[in-house]
Design a protein around this ligand. Structure first.
Ligand SMILES: [Zn+2]
Length: 435
């Protein structure tokens, strides 16, 4: 019966490729993709993740395992794994308390706020970290988001650890202090708290949040995204992020755009450098046997449509990479300090990369317009035009000399020249103030 249902689902979904997959079964298939699985993928009936030389993860609705049984395709049910490690992890309430405690410890640089609620009503917490935290200063804006896949928990714990460390060491650790003083950092440890509570990939509606963002080729901005994604989309629109990353688990690699197309990103060299800024300081990532240098182009690995990374890079001036930080999605809780130790330098170094850029600040308030960017050296190149608002624009760029042509309605365009030096990360000259 299930088999028939699954076959019917396959046929009905084939005609509407954008329909999202309801995730009720989480399977692992060893080896290469069998033909029948390829058919399911092409029809949009299943989702695939973490393709490696060992095999791949396969997600789908109820009946998928029985369907594979009928086709004699062996699989491993990932939900059958012992949940003994489950109870050691903090609950959503405990995570909330840890974040509130960090804010209370150093309220001058930490401000905790919620961008909305999950399907089951849990607050989606974001910590803003900056000096003069209650003021919107002219500083580059950075963000980390973790665990949009609820069962990929390592990043949640590591981002909470990072927040705690910054709260404790601000003022004594010069690197962290400079970073906080010169940037506006936003960290969201748990984008899918309902999924994490159930130790599952999808949100409470059974939807994979990392397949539910507007796609580059088919922007359905006003579509019916899951509530968690709608909150993140509004949050993104309210800020001026120019660099970000999102944490996952299942393997160890830094994945750069694009995920949804084999085209190269216009700043392909830069997104590779940014990925290396993370990977090279993580011993296991750097020495990966699966991925050279611990980095990979997203689509070259496997194509993902509707992911957060491409959405952020395409619709906003926010370069984003995807960080896979543990082979085991849900390791024993006792291993978390070890994961934080091996990722801590990478996490800090990646945040610092937001200073590899240049911005403008217009003295008059609430000005919007566009900035056309041309690279002058090392090679002359047109890098396109970007919208800005609230009198502020900033972009992370490769080392070089650039011209920014700032245009606003009913005013003559203004051209400025900016220089970006890779190693000059904390210079406060990132912003040129113009009339
Ligand atoms: Zn993931």
């Amino acid at each position: 019966m299930r088999k028939i249902l699954f076959s019917l689902a396959l046929i009905s979904v084939a005609s509407q490729a954008s329909a999202s997959v309801k995730i009720e079964e989480e399977l692992f298939i060893f080896g290469q993709k069998p033909e029948i699985v390829r058919e399911l993928i092409e029809a949009g009936s299943v989702e695939v993740d973490h393709v490696s030389s060992e095999g791949f993860e396969l997600y789908g609705s109820k009946g998928l395992s029985k369907y594979l049984d009928s086709k004699k395709i062996p699989y491993f049910d990932m939900k059958s794994v012992s949940k003994s490690a489950f109870s050691d992890y903090p609950s959503h309430t405990e995570i909330t308390n840890k974040l509130k405690a960090a804010e209370a410890k150093n309220p001058g640089i930490m401000k905790l706020f919620s961008i909305g609620k999950s399907v089951k009503g849990k607050e989606l917490w974001v910590m803003k970290i900056s000096d003069n935290v209650n003021v919107d200063e002219i500083e580059p804006e950075f963000k980390y988001i973790s665990s949009m896949h609820g069962d990929e928990i390592t990043g949640r714990e590591m981002t909470v650890s990072l927040i705690q460390e910054i709260a404790a060491k601000y003022g004594s650790d010069s690197e962290l202090t400079e970073l906080v003083n010169n940037s506006e950092i936003y960290i969201m440890p748990s984008m899918n708290p309902d999924g994490s509570e159930r130790k599952q990939r999808a949100n409470a509606n059974g939807t994979d949040l990392n397949r539910d963002f507007p796609d580059l080729k088919d922007p359905n901005i006003a579509g019916n995204m899951q509530i968690e994604n709608q909150h993140v989309m509004k949050f993104q629109a309210s800020r001026k992020f120019s660099l970000s990353a999102n944490f996952h688990g299942g393997t160890i690699v830094a994945n750069y755009p694009w995920d949804s197309t084999y085209d190269r990103h216009p700043l392909d060299g830069l997104v590779k450098e940014l990925s290396l800024a993370y990977a090279e300081l993580n011993p296991e990532m750097r020495s990966s046997r699966e991925f050279a240098g611990g980095i990979t182009n997203g689509a070259d690995w496997y194509v993902v449509k509707g992911g957060m990374q491409d959405w952020s890079c395409f619709f906003y001036n926010d370069l984003q990479i995807t960080l896979e930080v543990s082979h085991d999605k849900w390791p024993n809780y006792s291993e978390i300090p070890g994961f934080y130790k091996s990722n801590r330098e990478s996490m800090v170094n990646y945040m610092k990369q937001v200073h590899r850029g240049a911005g403008i600040k217009i003295k008059r308030p609430n000005i919007s317009g566009t900035v056309a960017i041309k690279q002058i050296s090392p090679v002359a190149k047109n890098l396109g035009s970007y919208a800005f608002s609230s009198s502020e624009f900033y972009k992370v760029l490769p080392e070089g000399q650039y011209s920014y042509t700032v245009s606003e309605k009913n005013k003559a365009a203004k051209e400025i020249t900016v220089f970006i030096e890779r190693d000059k990360v904390f210079s406060n000259g990132n912003f040129t103030v113009i009339d």
